[in-house]
Design a protein around this ligand. Structure first.
Ligand code: S3P
Length: 689
């Protein structure tokens, strides 16, 4: 069985940072999550005068607290990025500080409701001024002396509960709360460990929490952050659905009972999971190991009272339900509409587009399980848990799913795609690249019948190669290799290294080896990585635009990137686009297309792509000039000039719509690969077309 550890718990990581900042003395935290969400909390604490070292996986983090009311007024707007926990908990922390600060967040966070937090905090005496829409970020907070609060929460929300308890601590006042269901209790546990007097009791399904007193100096945090149960849910699902051979052993997972509500649901679904509790401290967090076996799942009913205990696991549960026998009905989950995305909407839309029967309820989902192969594109809406849930589904044999925003996972699970790649290979085999052997049995659906065809689309700048290749790949259930992204990634790395561009022509292979640029298979796509960092928007920065052609002309670079492109192509079942894929990189490619279009049409498309009005004559002619000179450079460069391979099929897209262009290429594929092979390879979309 594959053994894994998942990254540190996100909720506990935020709280550890906050309480360490407010403590009187030095805190020591091990196993903190290094994802983007806790990084947002750490950087805001930095703005507020707390020295927080960079978050590094597996290193001990030491923070010297500034005291419960010792935060400093920030010079800048505090950016919570995508993190709801940062925003809400920080509102509570700031409520008790005599200072003014402005909090904001990314587009998703600016849509999420904040009034649930600001209403009760206003009752305590803090002031909030929304700077854009009412009840939304950005918000200006003016903290100050607070009075006690006795409050019934409108929703079972740990973020809300924690914000109010933290306001009680920074304001030095008692807080008595009743929540309609029992949400996660990490804050209560950590406040108790820091010396606060707290009591909690159940009142039917409701939960009463009473912070009676908090010390003027909190004890420092001394903590090992357990693995995040919510992150563990993804490898759990992979193993249950048979995507990880004999199964998975997950070590060191947090098993706080307010977090593990997924387990009894999975039990009803017939899941074979062994839970071995290893440590059940009186204070602090219980942890243990999970052993997950492939299971024949059946549908179930998930009731409203169960939702708080599995609030973040609904996306992965929906994916499990899509593969279970029978119907799964989830209700009482309306809170999911105001998470990082409207998760009910996102799940219903994506499952439907993959071919799963789903009914979207105002507060839930009804999902009919199916054993059919699932293929298509998933729009993750920038939401980490939607991306990961469908990532798991895409890693299963028979499915070919392309998730549009793979980098979203970094919010809570850095290394998710690498985990998926490793775990979905049969156990006891080292990851590719470690052994030097090439007989590793592939685990992905389209690799099962051996190496699939390599399809290349070369052509001049602006011919729409990249978007066309991506769509052709999606239709075939193949991976898309955007070779230009590799050149851009290297350009990015060179710019970041600070080496002056004039010195780049002298770069040798060993200089280039200092830049860990590679393509990593991520579900049914490739991600461009620089070391452990996925590159996304950086690849299209104006600086990269300005230098990439010069980089791509360097012989040392072309040789060096050749290996990386070929590596990506080893498993086949790939649609690549570039300028020399058919002539140099994959001369043996089964299908070669040379995509051209008249230069004025290419200029028009480029402008449209940049959101400009292509009718303004001077802009079009300036773009025509740019493209013509680019064509000239590409066609006349000494090394790997742009030219049509002798066996390439030319597609002229000048008068074709995007859809027609894609269809034309699919016809070439069918003609070249042959109907028989096409059927074997399950080119369903294409044969139907
Ligand atoms: C969290 C609480 C949950 C959860 C979020 C983290 C926390 O939100 O969805 O990912 O750390 O307190 P609510 O309890 O507010 O629904």
């Amino acid at each position: 069985m594959t053994e894994l550890r998942v990254p540190g718990d996100k909720s506990i990581s935020h709280r550890a940072l906050l309480l360490a900042a407010l403590a009187g003395g030095e805190s020591r935290i091990r196993g903190i999550l290094t994802g983007e969400d806790p990084r947002a909390t750490a950087s805001i604490l930095g703005e507020l005068g707390v020295r927080v070292p960079p978050l590094v996986a597996d290193a001990e983090l030491r923070i010297t607290g500034v005291g419960v009311r010792g935060l400093r007024a920030p010079d800048r707007i505090l950016d919570c990025a995508n993190s709801g926990t940062t925003a809400r908990l920080m509102l509570g922390v700031l409520a008790g500080q005599e200072l003014e600060a402005t909090l904001t967040g990314d587009e998703s966070l600016r849509r999420r409701p904040m009034r649930r937090v600001t209403d009760p905090l206003s009752r305590m005496g803090a002031r909030f001024e929304p700077l854009s829409a009412p009840g939304r970020l950005p918000l200006r907070v003016t903290g100050g002396p607070l009075c006690f609060l006795d409050y019934r929460l409108p929703v079972a929300s740990a973020q809300l509960k924690s914000a109010l308890l933290l306001a009680g601590v920074t304001g030095g006042v008692p807080v008595e709360l009743v929540e309609p269901g029992r949400s996660r209790d990490h804050t209560e546990r950590m406040l108790a460990a820091a010396g606060c007097a707290l009591a909690s009791s159940r009142e039917g399904v409701a939960n009463r929490v009473h912070l009676t007193a908090s010390p003027s100096a909190l004890d420092p945090v001394d903590l090992v952050v357990p693995g995040d149960f919510s992150s563990a849910a993804f490898p759990v699902a992979l193993a249950l659905l048979g995507g990880a051979g004999e199964g998975i052993v997950l070590r060191g997972v947090g098993l706080n009972p307010t977090r593990t509500g997924l387990l009894p649901v999975l039990d009803r679904m017939n899941a074979r999971i062994e839970v071995h509790e290893r440590s059940v401290p009186e204070r602090g967090e219980p942890t243990g190991d999970l052993v997950i076996h492939p299971s024949d799942l059946t549908g179930t009913e998930v009731r409203p009272g169960e939702i708080p205990g599995l609030i973040d696991e609904v996306p992965v549960l929906a994916v499990l339900a899509a593969r279970a026998r029978g119907t799964t009905r989830i209700t009482g989950a309306e809170e999911l509409r105001v998470k990082e995305s409207d998760r009910l909407g996102a799940l219903a839309a994506n499952l439907t587009s993959l071919g799963v029967e789903v009914e979207e309820l105002p507060d839930g989902l009804v999902i009919e399980g199916t054993g059919r192969p699932l293929s298509g594109a998933v729009e993750a809406r920038g939401d980490h848990r939607i991306a990961m849930a469908f990532g798991v589904l895409g890693a299963l044999a028979g499915n070919a799913i392309n998730v549009d925003a793979p980098a979203a996972v970094d919010v809570s699970y850095p290394g998710f795609w690498e985990m998926l790649e490793r775990a979905s290979r049969p156990a006891a085999r080292p990851p590719v690249g470690d052994s030097g052997e090439d007989d590793l049995e592939p685990a992905r659906p389209f690799r099962e019948r051996g190496r699939g065809p390599v399809i290349v689309i070369d052509g001049p700048a602006g011919s729409g190669k990249s978007t066309t290749a991506r769509e052709v790949a999606r239709r075939l259930g193949f991976r898309h290799l955007d070779s230009g992204a590799l050149y851009r990634a290297l350009t990015c790395a060179l710019l970041e290294s600070g080496r002056p561009p004039e010195s780049w022509p002298a770069l040798t292979e060993s200089d280039l080896n200092a830049h860990p640029v590679r393509m990593v298979a991520a579900g049914s796509a490739f991600r461009t990585m620089l070391g452990a960092r996925p590159l996304t928007t950086e690849l299209r920065s104006p600086e990269v635009d300005a230098h990439v052609s010069a980089v791509a002309r360097l012989p040392a670079v072309r040789g060096w990137l050749l290996d990386r492109q070929r590596q990506a192509g080893e498993e086949g079942s790939l649609v690549g686009d570039g300028r020399d894929l058919g002539t140099v990189v994959f001369p043996e490619a089964e299908v070669k297309v040379f995509l051209v279009a008249d230069v004025a049409e290419r200029a028009r498309r480029r402008l449209l792509q940049k959101g400009r009005e292509p009718d303004s004559g001077s802009e079009v002619s300036a773009e025509v000039d740019r493209l013509s000179s680019r064509d000239h450079i590409d066609a006349t460069r000494g090394i790997a000039p742009l030219k049509k391979a002798a066996d390439a099929f030319e597609v002229d897209g000048t008068r074709l719509s995007f859809a027609e262009q894609v269809e034309a290429i699919l016809r070439v594929v069918r003609a070249r690969v042959g109907d028989r092979d096409a059927r074997d390879l399950d080119f369903q979309g294409m044969i139907d077309a």
